[in-house]
Design a protein around this ligand. Sequence first.
Ligand SMILES: *Cc1c(COP(=O)(O)O)cnc(C)c1O
Length: 434
Amino acid sequence: MEYLSTRGAGPVDLEEALLRGLAPDGGLFVPATLPHFSAEAFAGRENIVDIAVTFLSPFVAGTRLEAALDEICSDAFSFPIPLRALPPAEARLSVLELFHGPTAAFKDVGARFLAACMARLDAGQTDTRPLTILVATSGDTGGAVAAAFHGRAGFRVVVLYPEGQVSPRQAHQLACWGGNVLTLAVDGPFDACQRLVKQAFSHAEIARDHRLCSANSINIGRLLPQAVYYAAASLWHQRQHGTTASFIIPTGNLGNAQACVMARECGLPIEHVVLATNANRTIVDYLASGDYAARPSVQTLASAMDVGDPSNMERLRHLFPVFERLRGKVTAVSVSDEEIREQIRLDATRRGELWCPHTATAARVHDQLGARLGEGPWTLVATAHPAKFHEIVEPLVGQPVPVPPALAELLGRPTHEHRMAADLDALARQLATG
Ligand SMILES: *Cc1c(COP(=O)(O)O)cnc(C)c1O
């Protein structure tokens, strides 16, 4: 399989696309052609690891990852991803729970797959310096990447996050690692963290002194494994109910939803793909008008979706270059903070379900969709555990949110972090100490 940049560069193989992250022309890597799976391709494959191996085989063909694919998938899909039907059965509503990994959000899937691949690709390097994964995070990505690379020989993770601008439990998850993870609480907003990371990559001396590598969400190595859980959920749904699944996906940078669209293009039984956004309306307005206009992001309760210029839009537009066609492929609905609050309260009482603020956007959109797209069956995609955002959820539902064991374990650990000015020299000094 070859990979091209959305802006035309390439082709490269998957090894190069993974290690580069961003294409040299500034575009994002996409498969040159998508494989098409017949209905029989997954016969007898029920668990997610087996489905992952079948689905990903064509994508890794011809690389050093091919022979290790079984092992990589067992390593990455090491926690349950349940598809749970909500009562009553006639509601025709299910939830795909993506939050049972080490940091209780769906980004664990992509981060763990990327780490498992990079560990194989970096083996046998003659340069004995560790590979430094440099990552700026506004909350969930940094924890997932730290968890995925923590304790892996030959790797070091440096996480930059905006001090005071992530939830208390997210902050703990960023700083509870130690060992080969260096956590930097930056005195500045997320944009400053991201700028520092970009500057470090393009700084001749820093790039020479450290083997730098990125792991941000535009890496194709995070997108591919996300398509796997949509493939699996659509097959489980079809086998269990005899109908085609439709997904409502909390959306920010569009990586999760783009993976679902890709799985459908590969022939998996998926009908509608609905994007639930928060008050950041860029995608909704684009689909309505046909004019794409990036905006500054606005802060909302669903903070991991506070994106004004979703990077993966470039992949979606590359896949469907004609706007009228693209518009037929996805639907997008925006949800306000007030609606998020209302939905969390309502579903706690009505269904006994606790949603994180991100998942609540999907639940809200579901309740409004019936009139537009029909009564389903629908699957809500739950992107984080509500306990990760307890400071928002608990006052709304008036009860404590039980903390899952994996999260409790992390929250019990001591934290190690360094405060840092939003300054490239300060980052260079921190990189030199590790
Ligand atoms: C990152 C994240 C999202 C948004 O996912 P995208 O791939 O950026 O669209 C939604 N919910 C949670 C909990 C997240 O961490």
